[in-house]
Design a protein around this ligand. Structure first.
Ligand code: FMN
Length: 484
């Protein structure tokens, strides 16, 4: 099922008992964070704060904050289904040519289906029910100051739309925005991200970069902005694929950028190539503050909205937080794509407590010497997986989703003097342990069964397992033992 907009999703959450309305007045400065943090950590519902101090608009948060809600948002019954989503598309792209007339017709139907997922331009949209171009003011919005030492108020779940100045291709990224004043925002697109690349190009040409920011959309679109798609893959096509229906887009009022027609709010503006300002600190998803640094500045040229908009927000901080579920959805959805590049990869787990990109646990079908190391380097070479600080490779029969099992194997199978690979390369902007920003060390650990060619000439001991015969015997006799 495709949701038209955020409110349709909230309605479904309400019907399923997954949304709680808070009518008491709450302060967007710190108080909403403390309330939401407690609810998220307790595995509680999405929250709709209807009476936010200083604003006429309600604020929704924690809409993705459980496996059930994340699955609902992406239109699947359970996590496992996510994995098959991209698999289907890849099969379609790569499968053998269909045999016979029926096969051909089937493939034709699939291609038409794929054709239907591209964004569709519409002439008007609810996001422009109210248009303010004369005196747009961010002060109207219930923007949170999340943590005590934050540099200010931040928009935390925005979809930032830009176009490649040369090719015109769209990028949509989720980059937090700090409120500098009623008409200026700090644009926190990090060095390696799509928006930042567009900005770099516009700076080379000494051109302003036009930007539009949607806040509060169909949850699939909001998720898509956070997804680590390869550059030049349009997040709105990806969203169309996930929801099985085109995303309706409308032209913004003051910039040449299309925005989702059913957004709650749209902020339009431009980034000047000559300008930078101190952004941060910000209580980040690492659980520590990201330090203040210089970032571009967005000048607001218009704010458009619905007549009765709902502002969508999230808080990040010490994991697990709401973004844990966005990350888990990415881990599941992108697995088939990773397997395309690393065919021996069976499963991957980016543990939420390790802030996703700090650890990657991978199980592999090992067939030749050095294969675990080949996989580590492949992981480091794969888009945003380059940020992975620790890659741990285990054999195919190890369940990487089970941390206990992984630790058991790592502890037993690794000779640290032989099985550890230390490399240097790009690091995430939020990485604070490396001596230099954006550049530092990574570690791979080969916890697979070692081969003689890998310098292991002793026998590899078998696991301690009871024989099938005795297990069956005890199964049969269990009831007579009085141990139920
Ligand atoms: C809640 C949330 C906040 C995020 N904030 C930022 C941010 O401020 N800056 C940034 O570069 N990435 C941020 N990210 C990660 C990006 O959205 C993610 O890397 C995405 O793939 C970027 O898209 P792009 O590859 O099109 O640039 C955030 C992700 C989430 C879920």
């Amino acid at each position: 099922m495709a949701f038209r907009d955020l409110r349709e999703f909230l309605k479904l959450l309400d019907e399923r008992g997954e949304l709680r309305h808070v009518t008491a007045e709450v302060d967007p400065e710190l108080e909403i964070t403390e309330i939401t943090d407690r609810v998220v950590k307790a595995g509680g519902p999405a929250l709709l704060f209807e009476n936010v101090k200083g604003s006429q608009f309600p604020l929704a948060t924690n809409i993705f904050g459980s496996a059930a809600r994340m699955s609902l948002a992406l239109g699947v019954e359970e996590w496992g289904e996510l994995e098959h989503r991209l698999e289907e598309l890849l099969d379609l792209a790569m499968g053998p040519p269909p045999k016979g007339i029926l096969g051909k017709l089937g493939a034709l139907g699939d291609i038409i289906k794929v054709g239907r997922i591209g964004p569709k331009e519409v002439s008007s949209g609810a996001c422009q029910e109210v248009v303010e171009t004369e005196n747009p003011s961010l002060a109207e919005l219930p923007i949170q100051k999340c943590w005590p030492d934050d540099g200010g108020k931040y928009i935390t779940l925005p979809l930032v739309f830009t176009h490649d100045p040369a090719s015109g291709r769209r990028n949509v990224g989720m980059y937090r925005l700090q409120v500098f004043d009623d008409r200026t925002l700090g644009m926190h697109w990090q060095l390696h991200k799509g928006g930042s690349e567009h900005f770099r190009q516009s700076r080379q040409e000494d051109q302003r970069l036009e930007v539009a920011i949607a806040v509060g959309t169909d949850p699939v679109l909001t998720y898509a902005a956070s997804a680590p798609l390869p550059p030049d893959v349009d997040e709105m096509v990806f969203a169309g694929f996930l929801r099985g229906k085109s995303v309706e887009m409308v032209r913004a009022k003051t910039v040449d950028v299309m925005v989702p027609a059913h957004s709650e709010f749209v902020i339009e503006g431009y980034v000047d190539p000559a300008e930078a300002r101190t952004e941060g600190p910000f209580g980040d998803h690492t659980g520590v503050y990201s330090l203040a640094d210089e970032y571009p500045v967005l000048h607001v040229t218009a704010i458009t909205r619905r007549e009765d908009p709902i502002y969508l927000s999230t808080i990040v901080g010490r994991p697990p937080m709401e973004d844990a579920y966005l990350g888990k959805a990415t881990e599941r959805l992108f697995l088939p794509l990773i397997r395309l590049m690393i065919p021996e990869l069976v499963d991957i787990h980016l543990p939420v407590d390790a802030v996703f990109h700090n650890f990657a646990l991978v199980s592999i079908k090992k067939r030749y010497p050095g294969q675990a190391r080949k996989v580590m380097h492949a992981v480091w070479g794969l888009g945003q997986m380059m940020f992975t600080k620790f890659v741990i490779a285990v054999d195919e029969d190890v369940d990487v989703q089970n941390l206990r099992e992984v630790l058991w194997r790592v502890g037993n199978n690794v000779d640290p003097s032989r099985d550890v690979e230390i490399v240097t390369g790009p690091t995430d902007t939020l990485e604070h342990a490396s001596a230099e920003p954006h550049y530092g060390g990574k570690m791979g650990m080969d916890a697979t069964t070692k081969l003689p060619e890998e310098g292991h000439h002793r026998d590899w001991p078998p696991d301690v397992v009871m024989s099938a015969e005795i297990r069956e015997q005890v199964d049969r006799r269990w009831s007579e033992l009085g141990l139920d």
